[in-house]
Ligand binder design. Sequence first.
Ligand code: AMP
Ligand code: ZN
Length: 432
Amino acid sequence: MDFFDTAEGWGRDQLEQTQLVRLKSTVAHARKCNFYRERLDAAGIGPEGIQSLDDLRRIPFTTKQDLRDQYPTGMLCVPTSEIVRMHCSSGTTGSPVAICHTQNDINAWADLMARCMYMVGVRRDDVFQNMSGYGLFTGGLGIHYGAERLGCLTIPAGAGNSRRQIKLAKDFRTSVAHILPSYALILGEHLRKMGEDPRDFPLRIALVGAEPYTEEFRQRIESLFAMKAYNSYGLSEMNGPGVAFECLAQDGLHIWEDAYIAEIVDPETGQPVPDGTVGELVMTCLCRQGMPILRYRTRDLTRFLPGQCACGRHHRRMDRIVGRADDMFIVKGVNIYPMQIEQVIMTFAEVGQSYLILLENDGIGDLMRVQVEIRDEFFVEDMRVLQGLQKAIAQRLRDEILITPKVELVQSNSLERSEGKAVRVRDLRAKK
Ligand code: AMP
Ligand code: ZN
């Protein structure tokens, strides 16, 4: 097999030996900031405290709140003069989380990102258009550096502005794009409105991530543009994109275990769940100097996929993220994730690009409304057809989530668009 670098092809033994060596040095290095020194000492883990990979479990978790408390530079493990870049996590609530990188950190990150892109067939003669926001968001510069590392002509188009995206892609024959799932469908719709068939667009590969989406959503993106869409997972606390990525088999995301250790734990107890069970992903970075982070509670829910991938790589795979522990909402006592709703509605051909889940309370109880955009060609049908569709969606949702939401069909493009990650749920109950 053709790998971007040797670590991509390592077997289990070599991966685990390297993880142990790097975990030992990362833990020793992390002691250079007060935060980790105190934490590790309190847990009885001295400078030589890691002897086996199992010792990882003795290290206390690091949470987003810890990172907020240490903002802006409390967790630096090198002098500030060594820092060349900072990024922030895109969380919209609470105070910010800043991650600082040395030049080595940036180089290692670019290599990992280039490895992801190379794995799905991106090569130096590709033209790469980055349709994600730049600035503090890691999906901009993070992927940008990976694409340049591969030698692609790299177009930093940024988010939104479909007209300009389309012009750039046509003029430069863009073959690979990084795009948010929610934006991919919007772009396709824009092309259609211009009287063009998105299948004629020059794209052949899309790197799609930064927010949860279902397999059904991926299939829509792929067939809309006649291209392959690969799932890209990452989070600022672990650099950003380049943490886990789908290979050509599209059967789970390989976690780059030479650079990270992944665990999946019960979000309530923090204890490891059996393989194959969904839980919260916990990540430790093994190659970071500026700001090493140990056992970070991502709040993202997924499971390890059993067995080896058909592609032959030995890096463990995780399933697509089913949601964030924080995204779960409760209606009439039932726990629901937005992706359960998306999975159902995206199987209806009439459904367009966007949807919104509204949670309300009428004083008697919780109400759940699902607003679903309908493609223009179906919106002109007569009322009976639309009512039939509405009923069919509501019934299928009921089968999935056990309560019957009110389904409202709305015109395409009528729901509010966000420039960054899509907002899928609006909970208006707290305001009552
Ligand atoms: P940020 O704070 O901007 O670094 O965003 C990181 C978060 O985005 C992750 O913790 C996930 O919740 C989400 N995310 C990133 N990539 C994916 C993906 N491929 N699928 C689902 N969620 C993702
Ligand atoms: Zn694979």
